[in-house]
Design a binder for this molecule. Sequence first.
Ligand SMILES: [Zn+2]
Length: 84
Amino acid sequence: MPTYQYACADCGHEFEAFQSFTEASLTTCPECKGEVRKIYSAVGVVFKGSGFYKTDSVKSTTSETPAATTPAAAPAAAPAPKAD
Ligand SMILES: [Zn+2]
């Protein structure tokens, strides 16, 4: 079973996980619940020193399902004033 390495983009926590190819990737940091990135076999690619991750723009790729603009049910908050 391959070992995957992950790095948290928020707190910088790095950890490894044993996963099969069919398993879903981890997405949350066990430390801070932040966003983690899978580091594929870091052979030849050494993340070291400054400029490690500066990819905040990647977050925009998460698809947001556009909620159908259904007229939300009117909040039954204010009871109609009773006119006597
Ligand atoms: Zn973290």
